[in-house]
Design a protein around this ligand. Structure first.
Ligand SMILES: Cc1cc2nc3c(=O)[nH]c(=O)nc-3n(C[C@H](O)[C@H](O)[C@H](O)COP(=O)(O)O)c2cc1C
Length: 197
């Protein structure tokens, strides 16, 4: 967990089915809101679907980035390997889509549960020496979102929460400093919780 970093460029080395199954198993044992299993994981293997998906996602991402305030665009440009050109959609050895039905009253906490499944997968992926990035596709046009749902043949109400391109990292990234980049520990809100070492 301490060594994990987001990976946006992958080597060509294939991933064995055995490792892929371990990643999927990790998702399947994550906690779920009210014990309802409402998260689905699509293993996208068809190259034609991935090519079309890339087109839709790249257009959406460019529109979205253009609509962001300067401060956000600046941060995005500093993320290692971040680009509106999403080569990994086509080329990553494994490409997963994590979907759920956010507005379905029969799936309480659908989005939260989907993200916990993602967290479990991130840890398993790192533990096996692989890399990924939590890619949340962004769109500003409803039409593009519809195209995405149609391309993936999603049932009514089911939407993509996260894509996970998975592969062996092209470049090894530095771990974060010992206590992370952020001030995440608090005593009361805004009062740092100090750690004596
Ligand atoms: C909810 C969430 C959404 C994210 N969406 C994207 C994304 O769409 N594209 C991307 O390249 N990275 C995305 N990231 C990755 C973050 O940019 C990354 O986690 C952050 O910069 C910290 O770096 P690290 O993962 O190396 O620790 C996302 C991360 C989270 C938690």
């Amino acid at each position: 967990m301490k060594s994990r970093r987001s990976i946006r460029e992958f080597s060509d080395r294939a991933i064995s089915k055995r490792l892929l199954v371990k990643i999927l198993e990790a998702a399947s044992v994550a906690p779920t809101g009210a014990g309802v299993a409402g998260t689905h994981i699509l293993v996208l293997e068809d190259p034609t679907i991935r090519r079309k998906l890339r087109e839709i996602c790249e257009r959406g991402e460019r529109d979205w980035v253009d609509s962001q305030p300067e401060s956000v665009r600046e941060r995005l440009s500093n993320l290692p390997g971040f680009s509106c050109t999403k080569e990994y959609i086509e080329t990553a050895p494994v490409f997963l889509a994590v979907t759920t039905r956010p507005l379905d009253p029969e799936i309480p906490y659908a989005v939260e549960s989907a993200f916990l499944a993602v967290g479990y997968m991130l840890v398993m992926i790192e533990g096996m020496g692989l890399g990924t990035v939590t890619y949340t596709p962004s769109f500003t046009r409803v039409d593009d979102e519809k195209l995405l749902d149609e391309l993936l043949d999603l049932p009514e109400g089911e939407t993509v929460q996260v894509f996970l391109p998975i592969g062996y990292p092209k470049i090894k990234r530095e771990s974060k400093p010992e206590h992370g980049f952020y001030n995440v520990y608090h005593n009361q809100f805004g009062v740092p919780f100090t750690i004596e070492t």
